[in-house]
Design a protein around this ligand. Structure first.
Ligand code: MD6
Ligand code: FE
Length: 218
Protein backbone atom coordinates (compact mmCIF):
# COMPACT_ATOMS: atom_id res chain seq x y z
CA UNK A 1 0.00 0.00 0.00
CA UNK A 2 1.50 3.35 -0.97
CA UNK A 3 1.40 5.96 1.76
CA UNK A 4 0.47 9.38 0.40
CA UNK A 5 0.70 11.29 3.68
CA UNK A 6 3.76 13.15 2.37
CA UNK A 7 1.61 14.88 -0.22
CA UNK A 8 -0.97 16.18 2.21
CA UNK A 9 -1.50 19.82 2.91
CA UNK A 10 -0.66 20.94 6.43
CA UNK A 11 -4.29 21.83 7.03
CA UNK A 12 -5.21 18.20 7.69
CA UNK A 13 -2.28 16.59 9.45
CA UNK A 14 -4.38 13.88 11.14
CA UNK A 15 -5.80 12.18 8.10
CA UNK A 16 -3.44 9.72 6.45
CA UNK A 17 -4.39 8.91 2.87
CA UNK A 18 -3.67 5.36 1.74
CA UNK A 19 -3.95 4.34 -1.87
CA UNK A 20 -5.90 1.09 -2.46
CA UNK A 21 -6.37 0.85 -6.20
CA UNK A 22 -7.02 3.19 -9.12
CA UNK A 23 -9.90 5.36 -7.90
CA UNK A 24 -9.92 4.23 -4.30
CA UNK A 25 -8.36 5.37 -1.05
CA UNK A 26 -8.63 4.97 2.70
CA UNK A 27 -8.75 8.26 4.61
CA UNK A 28 -7.55 7.27 8.05
CA UNK A 29 -9.40 8.94 10.93
CA UNK A 30 -11.22 11.31 8.59
CA UNK A 31 -14.48 11.11 10.59
CA UNK A 32 -13.02 11.14 14.10
CA UNK A 33 -13.28 14.87 14.77
CA UNK A 34 -17.08 14.74 14.26
CA UNK A 35 -17.68 11.40 15.98
CA UNK A 36 -20.12 12.61 18.66
CA UNK A 37 -22.25 14.57 16.20
CA UNK A 38 -22.31 11.64 13.75
CA UNK A 39 -23.33 9.11 16.42
CA UNK A 40 -26.07 11.45 17.66
CA UNK A 41 -27.34 11.81 14.10
CA UNK A 42 -27.54 8.01 13.78
CA UNK A 43 -29.72 7.95 16.94
CA UNK A 44 -32.07 10.52 15.41
CA UNK A 45 -32.36 8.47 12.19
CA UNK A 46 -32.96 5.16 13.95
CA UNK A 47 -35.72 6.68 16.11
CA UNK A 48 -37.67 7.36 12.90
CA UNK A 49 -36.45 4.39 10.86
CA UNK A 50 -35.43 1.50 13.17
CA UNK A 51 -32.64 -0.90 12.19
CA UNK A 52 -33.82 -4.23 10.80
CA UNK A 53 -32.34 -7.37 9.27
CA UNK A 54 -33.27 -7.39 5.61
CA UNK A 55 -33.77 -10.57 3.59
CA UNK A 56 -31.62 -11.27 0.55
CA UNK A 57 -33.17 -12.28 -2.79
CA UNK A 58 -31.81 -15.77 -2.01
CA UNK A 59 -33.89 -15.88 1.18
CA UNK A 60 -31.15 -15.30 3.77
CA UNK A 61 -31.40 -12.88 6.69
CA UNK A 62 -28.57 -10.33 6.42
CA UNK A 63 -26.39 -10.44 9.54
CA UNK A 64 -25.88 -6.67 9.69
CA UNK A 65 -28.96 -4.66 10.69
CA UNK A 66 -29.72 -1.77 8.33
CA UNK A 67 -31.58 1.48 8.01
CA UNK A 68 -31.32 4.49 5.68
CA UNK A 69 -31.61 8.24 5.50
CA UNK A 70 -31.79 10.65 2.59
CA UNK A 71 -34.07 10.71 -0.45
CA UNK A 72 -33.48 7.07 -1.40
CA UNK A 73 -32.92 4.07 0.85
CA UNK A 74 -31.25 0.86 -0.28
CA UNK A 75 -33.41 -2.17 0.48
CA UNK A 76 -33.08 -5.88 -0.02
CA UNK A 77 -36.11 -8.14 -0.24
CA UNK A 78 -37.03 -11.52 -1.71
CA UNK A 79 -37.95 -9.66 -4.89
CA UNK A 80 -34.47 -8.11 -5.24
CA UNK A 81 -32.40 -5.06 -4.35
CA UNK A 82 -33.64 -1.57 -5.04
CA UNK A 83 -33.62 2.05 -3.99
CA UNK A 84 -36.90 3.22 -2.51
CA UNK A 85 -38.00 6.69 -1.40
CA UNK A 86 -40.33 5.06 1.15
CA UNK A 87 -39.55 2.90 4.14
CA UNK A 88 -42.18 0.21 3.71
CA UNK A 89 -41.79 -0.90 7.33
CA UNK A 90 -43.06 2.43 8.62
CA UNK A 91 -44.98 3.63 5.56
CA UNK A 92 -43.03 6.90 5.75
CA UNK A 93 -40.22 8.41 3.70
CA UNK A 94 -36.69 7.83 5.02
CA UNK A 95 -35.56 10.52 7.46
CA UNK A 96 -33.62 13.39 5.88
CA UNK A 97 -29.85 13.16 5.55
CA UNK A 98 -28.32 15.01 8.53
CA UNK A 99 -26.13 17.97 7.50
CA UNK A 100 -23.14 16.45 9.28
CA UNK A 101 -23.48 13.35 7.04
CA UNK A 102 -23.72 15.39 3.84
CA UNK A 103 -20.64 17.41 4.66
CA UNK A 104 -18.64 14.37 5.75
CA UNK A 105 -19.42 12.48 2.53
CA UNK A 106 -18.81 15.48 0.31
CA UNK A 107 -15.49 16.37 1.95
CA UNK A 108 -14.22 12.78 1.98
CA UNK A 109 -15.04 12.35 -1.72
CA UNK A 110 -13.28 15.65 -2.51
CA UNK A 111 -10.22 14.54 -0.56
CA UNK A 112 -10.18 11.38 -2.67
CA UNK A 113 -10.39 13.39 -5.91
CA UNK A 114 -14.16 13.24 -6.57
CA UNK A 115 -15.38 16.84 -6.59
CA UNK A 116 -19.01 17.83 -6.00
CA UNK A 117 -20.25 14.53 -4.56
CA UNK A 118 -23.79 15.09 -3.23
CA UNK A 119 -25.17 11.79 -1.91
CA UNK A 120 -28.94 11.23 -2.10
CA UNK A 121 -28.90 8.16 0.11
CA UNK A 122 -27.04 6.85 3.13
CA UNK A 123 -27.32 3.20 4.12
CA UNK A 124 -26.49 2.69 7.80
CA UNK A 125 -25.22 -0.77 8.77
CA UNK A 126 -25.02 -2.01 12.34
CA UNK A 127 -22.77 -5.05 12.87
CA UNK A 128 -22.62 -7.10 16.05
CA UNK A 129 -19.87 -9.66 16.68
CA UNK A 130 -20.13 -12.43 14.09
CA UNK A 131 -21.94 -10.23 11.55
CA UNK A 132 -20.36 -10.03 8.12
CA UNK A 133 -21.00 -8.93 4.57
CA UNK A 134 -20.24 -11.26 1.66
CA UNK A 135 -18.29 -10.07 -1.36
CA UNK A 136 -20.51 -8.05 -3.67
CA UNK A 137 -20.52 -5.12 -6.08
CA UNK A 138 -22.55 -1.93 -5.51
CA UNK A 139 -24.30 -1.67 -8.85
CA UNK A 140 -27.85 -0.54 -8.11
CA UNK A 141 -26.89 3.13 -8.58
CA UNK A 142 -27.61 4.86 -11.89
CA UNK A 143 -24.53 7.04 -12.33
CA UNK A 144 -21.39 4.95 -11.91
CA UNK A 145 -19.18 8.05 -12.25
CA UNK A 146 -20.20 8.89 -8.67
CA UNK A 147 -18.11 7.24 -5.94
CA UNK A 148 -19.16 5.29 -2.84
CA UNK A 149 -18.10 6.77 0.51
CA UNK A 150 -17.99 4.34 3.44
CA UNK A 151 -17.47 5.51 7.04
CA UNK A 152 -16.49 3.09 9.83
CA UNK A 153 -17.38 3.74 13.47
CA UNK A 154 -16.92 1.72 16.64
CA UNK A 155 -15.45 -1.79 16.67
CA UNK A 156 -12.70 -2.52 14.14
CA UNK A 157 -13.35 -4.70 11.10
CA UNK A 158 -11.44 -6.22 8.22
CA UNK A 159 -12.67 -4.84 4.93
CA UNK A 160 -12.20 -7.00 1.84
CA UNK A 161 -11.60 -4.98 -1.25
CA UNK A 162 -10.33 -4.77 -4.70
CA UNK A 163 -11.07 -7.65 -6.97
CA UNK A 164 -12.74 -7.25 -10.31
CA UNK A 165 -14.10 -10.77 -10.18
CA UNK A 166 -15.70 -12.52 -7.27
CA UNK A 167 -13.23 -15.43 -7.33
CA UNK A 168 -10.09 -13.25 -7.07
CA UNK A 169 -8.35 -12.78 -3.74
CA UNK A 170 -9.26 -9.41 -2.28
CA UNK A 171 -7.01 -7.10 -0.23
CA UNK A 172 -7.69 -7.25 3.51
CA UNK A 173 -7.83 -3.77 4.97
CA UNK A 174 -8.17 -3.28 8.72
CA UNK A 175 -10.57 -0.41 9.40
CA UNK A 176 -10.90 1.30 12.76
CA UNK A 177 -13.18 3.96 14.22
CA UNK A 178 -13.18 7.08 12.06
CA UNK A 179 -11.66 5.57 8.91
CA UNK A 180 -13.33 6.42 5.60
CA UNK A 181 -13.01 4.40 2.39
CA UNK A 182 -13.84 6.06 -0.93
CA UNK A 183 -14.11 4.01 -4.12
CA UNK A 184 -14.95 5.18 -7.59
CA UNK A 185 -13.51 5.62 -11.05
CA UNK A 186 -11.85 2.46 -12.28
CA UNK A 187 -12.61 0.59 -9.04
CA UNK A 188 -16.23 1.70 -8.72
CA UNK A 189 -17.47 -1.84 -9.42
CA UNK A 190 -14.84 -3.65 -7.35
CA UNK A 191 -16.06 -6.52 -5.23
CA UNK A 192 -15.94 -5.77 -1.51
CA UNK A 193 -17.17 -7.17 1.78
CA UNK A 194 -16.61 -7.30 5.52
CA UNK A 195 -15.09 -10.24 7.48
CA UNK A 196 -17.05 -11.53 10.50
CA UNK A 197 -16.79 -8.94 13.27
CA UNK A 198 -14.70 -9.92 16.29
CA UNK A 199 -15.96 -9.55 19.86
CA UNK A 200 -14.98 -6.37 21.57
CA UNK A 201 -16.11 -3.17 23.18
CA UNK A 202 -15.66 0.36 21.91
CA UNK A 203 -15.99 3.35 24.27
CA UNK A 204 -18.49 5.09 21.95
CA UNK A 205 -20.50 2.25 20.37
CA UNK A 206 -20.14 -0.65 22.83
CA UNK A 207 -20.28 -4.06 21.14
CA UNK A 208 -21.12 -2.73 17.66
CA UNK A 209 -19.57 -1.52 14.45
CA UNK A 210 -21.57 1.11 12.61
CA UNK A 211 -20.98 1.84 8.95
CA UNK A 212 -22.35 4.68 6.86
CA UNK A 213 -22.39 3.99 3.12
CA UNK A 214 -23.11 7.08 1.04
CA UNK A 215 -24.34 6.79 -2.51
CA UNK A 216 -25.68 8.82 -5.38
CA UNK A 217 -28.58 6.51 -6.27
CA UNK A 218 -30.36 8.56 -8.96
C1 MD6 B 1 -19.53 -1.90 5.15
N1 MD6 B 1 -21.13 -2.10 3.29
O1 MD6 B 1 -20.43 -2.19 5.92
C2 MD6 B 1 -19.75 -1.89 3.69
N2 MD6 B 1 -22.95 -2.55 0.18
O2 MD6 B 1 -18.38 -1.62 5.56
C3 MD6 B 1 -21.40 -2.35 1.99
O3 MD6 B 1 -20.54 -2.42 1.18
C4 MD6 B 1 -22.77 -2.56 1.49
O4 MD6 B 1 -23.70 -2.84 3.63
C5 MD6 B 1 -24.16 -2.76 -0.37
C6 MD6 B 1 -25.25 -2.99 0.40
C7 MD6 B 1 -25.12 -3.02 1.76
C8 MD6 B 1 -23.85 -2.81 2.33
FE1 FE C 1 -21.23 -2.51 -0.79
Amino acid sequence: MMDLTLFESESRPLSGVEYLALGSVVLRQFATSNEAEILNAIKVVENVAPFRHMITPGGFRMSAAMTNCGSFGWVSERSGYRYDAMNRETGKPWPPMPDVFLKLAHDAAAEAGFADFIPDGCLINCYEPGAKLSLHQDKDEQDKTQPIVSVSLGLPAVFLFGCERRDERPQRIPLTHGDVVVWGGLSRLSYHGVMPLKDGSHPLTGAYRMNLTFRRAR
